[in-house]
Design a protein around this ligand. Structure first.
Ligand SMILES: C[S@@+](CC[C@H](N)C(=O)[O-])C[C@H]1O[C@@H](n2cnc3c(N)ncnc32)[C@H](O)[C@@H]1O
Length: 341
C-alpha cells in the first residue's frame, strides 16, 4: 500500500487491486493537484505495424523506440527526492509488444515498485509474454473499435495467468450503435474473462478523421440511456476522463463516483522522445523536453499556468455539475458533448 501526505494532499493506492483514493484538507475536499503525479502515461515507441485508421498517434513501422536507458531516466526523473515516485504507469506507443525491450521495460518498472499497465492491439500477445508479465502488471488493455475485433484467445491467454484484462473500446460515431447494444447486455458473450470495458472518447488526431467524432443526437442519447440501465447484466464499464463532462451533465450518476480530467493535475504524459505534457493529446502544446528541463521543474512550475487556465473551462455556471467539472477539453473542445462550448 502506497501512502502519501504532502501538505493538504493525501493519497493512498493499493497495488494489488489498483484502487486509489485522494483527498484534501478534509475527506470532502479535493486537492487541486498532486505534488507527485499519481500516474504517468508513457509512449515507449511510435512504432506499430498494424496501421489502425483511427490511430491518434499516426504510428507506423518507423523504428522509433524509446531506449531502456531513456525509459529508466524518465522513471528516475519522476522519483521525487522527498516523496517518492508515481504509483503506476500506463505504457502505450506505438505497439508496446513490438518494442524489442518490452520485457526489460516491465522489469525496470516493477523493480522500482511502480505498477506497469499497458495497452496493446493484442496481435503479438502469446503465452511466453503472459508468463513473463504475470504478477508484475496491474492490468492489460486490448484495444478495439468493434466487438468483432475482440480476440477471445488473447483474453484466455491473459486470464490463464490471472492477468486483469480490460477492453479499450474507442467510441466513435461509427460504432456508437454497437456500443449501445454492448451496454444493453446484448453482447456479453464477447467479453468472457474481461474485467471491464473502458470506453475511450474518439479524438480527431493523427489518422483519426474528425467526421467520426461522437456528436450530440439520438445515438448519443440512446447510449446514455443504456448506460444508466440498472436492470441489465453486462460486464463492468468505465470511461476515460474526456467523457466525464457528458456524464456529469447528462446522467444521474453521482459526481462523487467520477474523476474529472486528470491530465497535468494528477497524471502526466511522456512521449518516446522524452517530451513531457499534460496528456497524450496535448501535441506540441504545453510540452517540455526532459532533455532540457528537470521533471519537477516541468510538473511544479512549467505546468502551473496550464493548471491555472484549465482548472475549470466550463462557461456554464448554471450547470448542476459546474463545481465538479473541468468543462471543455482544452485541446479538442469538439469532443466535449455537454453544452455547446
Ligand atoms: C495509440 S494506442 C497505442 C497502444 C496499442 N498499439 C493499442 O492499440 O492499444 C494507445 C491507446 O489509444 C487508443 N486510441 C487510439 N486512437 C485513438 C483515438 N483516435 N481516440 C481515442 N483513443 C485512441 C487506443 O485504443 C489505445 O487504448
Amino acid at each position: 500500500m502506497l501512502k502519501r501526505a504532502i501538505g493538504d494532499y493525501y493519497f493512498v493506492a493499493d497495488s494489488s487491486t489498483g484502487l486509489t483514493m485522494r483527498w484534501g484538507k478534509t475527506l470532502q475536499d479535493n486537492p487541486i493537484f498532486a505534488p507527485v503525479p499519481e500516474l504517468a502515461d508513457i509512449s515507449i515507441s511510435n512504432h506499430c505495424t498494424k496501421g489502425c485508421s483511427f490511430c491518434y498517434r499516426n504510428s507506423s513501422p518507423n523504428n522509433e523506440f524509446m531506449s531502456v536507458k531513456d525509459y529508466c531516466e524518465v522513471l528516475d526523473a519522476m522519483n521525487h527526492p522527498l516523496y517518492g515516485n508515481v504509483f503506476q504507469v500506463a505504457l502505450g506507443g506505438g505497439e508496446p509488444l513490438e518494442h524489442p525491450d518490452f520485457l526489460s521495460i516491465i522489469e525496470e518498472t516493477s523493480h522500482r515498485n511502480i505498477v506497469p499497465n499497458f495497452t496493446t492491439n493484442g496481435i503479438h500477445l502469446n503465452s511466453k509474454i503472459c508468463e513473463a508479465i504475470k504478477g508484475k502488471v496491474g492490468a492489460v488493455a486490448l484495444s478495439a473499435i468493434s466487438v468483432d475485433e475482440i480476440q477471445p484467445d488473447k483474453i484466455s491467454l491473459l486470464a490463464s495467468e490471472g492477468i486483469k484484462t480490460n477492453i479499450h473500446y474507442v467510441l466513435s460515431s461509427q460504432n456508437i450503435e454497437e456500443a449501445t447494444s454492448v451496454l444493453n447486455g446484448e453482447m456479453n458473450c464477447c467479453f468472457e474473462g474481461v474485467n471491464a470495458i473502458v470506453f475511450l472518447t474518439y479524438k480527431p488526431a493523427g489518422r483519426a478523421k474528425s467526421d467520426f467524432i461522437v456528436k450530440k443526437g439520438e445515438h448519443l442519447s440512446a447510449f446514455i440511456k443504456a448506460l444508466e440501465r440498472k436492470d441489465v447484466k453486462r460486464p463492468k464499464i468505465g470511461f476515460d476522463a474526456c467523457f466525464v463532462p457528458t456524464l456529469l451533465c447528462n446522467t444521474k450518476i453521482s459526481p462523487e463516483l467520477m474523476d474529472t480530467c486528470e491530465g497535468g493535475f494528477f497524471s502526466v504524459y511522456v512521449d518516446h522522445n522524452m517530451n513531457v505534457s499534460p496528456c497524450s493529446f496535448s501535441g506540441s502544446k504545453d510540452c517540455y523536453s526532459l532533455k532540457e528541463h528537470k521533471f519537477y521543474d516541468i510538473w511544479l512550475n512549467k505546468f502551473e499556468s496550464y493548471r491555472h487556465n484549465n482548472e475549470n473551462n466550463c462557461k456554464h455556471s448554471d450547470c448542476p455539475a459546474y463545481k465538479q467539472c473541468r468543462g471543455c477539453c482544452p485541446y479538442y473542445p469538439e469532443i466535449t458533448n455537454c453544452y455547446d462550448c
